[in-house]
Design a protein around this ligand. Structure first.
Ligand code: MF3
Ligand code: CO
Length: 249
């Protein structure tokens, strides 16, 4: 069942989304070579709590930290640790913020310092792919329209689309109905309606689309070929004529 949020629920999600955005901005200020991912996790935790919100990932299905930090070949769900950020790393920060029982989910990828042209393009085009997908959203559009736009854009730029993971509805829990795949056929799938809230989150790879778990832990997912991956995500509200980004500026 896909829930339709009431005006009250939407205003709670707007606040959670705003704090999600500000938490990303706070992390960005501290993101430099030498800082550990655990230190970034701590900064996020303190910031979120200070604003009367909760880091929704903490203890979610046993997840041990407040945010996910995935580096280079890590696609998603990297667990903060003593690992130090290094120059040229491709760092994805994914975080969920909840307020009074309502959650939001957003991710960004950064390059530390600089990288090769192809890796810079990977990151830039993954961000653009998110906005390509979002551009199809309005009441009456179909879920397949979003994934079709994302995968078409990705393939035009020689990137592969991770198909094993997808976007999702978001609200009273981080993951609600419906699934929002990053590939699909136009005009197929469930119909978007005003008041639905979904997280759209392309994960694009420089190499092959295949991903797998490691034997490090039960969370982190990496590319099978070891090449880098990028991830951008926003939580959005579906409106009559389009969408409102809840985790944006
Ligand atoms: N943003 C992540 C996702 O949609 C949240 C994962 S929950 C965690 O998959 F427990 F892994 F943090
Ligand atoms: Co998500």
């Amino acid at each position: 069942m896909i829930s339709i949020k009431s005006p009250r629920e939407i205003s709670l999600m707007r606040y959670a989304g705003h704090i999600n955005y500000l938490t990303h901005e706070e992390i960005k200020k501290h993101l430099r070579p030498g800082i550990t991912t655990e230190e970034l996790d701590r900064i996020a935790y303190n910031f979120i709590i200070k604003h009367d919100c909760i880091p929704s990932c903490l203890n979610y299905e046993g997840y041990p930290k407040s945010i996910c930090i995935s580096i280079n070949d890590e696609v998603v769900h990297g667990i903060p640790s003593k690992r130090k950020i290094k120059n040229h790393d491709v760092v994805s920060i994914d975080l969920c913020v909840g307020y009074k029982g309502y959650h939001t989910d957003a991710a960004r990828t950064y390059i530390i310092g600089s990288s090769s042209k192809e890796i810079e393009d990977l990151v830039e085009n993954t961000k653009k792919a998110l906005y390509e997908g979002l551009s199809k959203i309005k009441a009456g559009a179909k879920i397949g329209d979003i994934g079709n736009a994302i995968s078409t854009f990705a393939h035009q730029h020689n990137l592969s689309v991770v198909e094993a993971l997808c976007g999702h509805g978001v609200g009273t829990t981080i993951h609600e109905d419906p699934d929002v795949p990053n590939f699909g056929i136009k005009n197929t799938g469930k119909t978007l309606k005003e008041g639905m809230t979904i997280a759209v989150e392309p994960m694009l790879n420089l190499g092959d689309k295949e991903v797998c778990m490691t034997d490090l832990n039960d969370w982190v997912i990496v590319t099978e070929d070891g090449l880098p991956s990028a991830h951008f995500e926003h939580t959005v509200l579906i409106t009559k004529d389009g969408y409102e980004i809840l985790t944006g500026e």
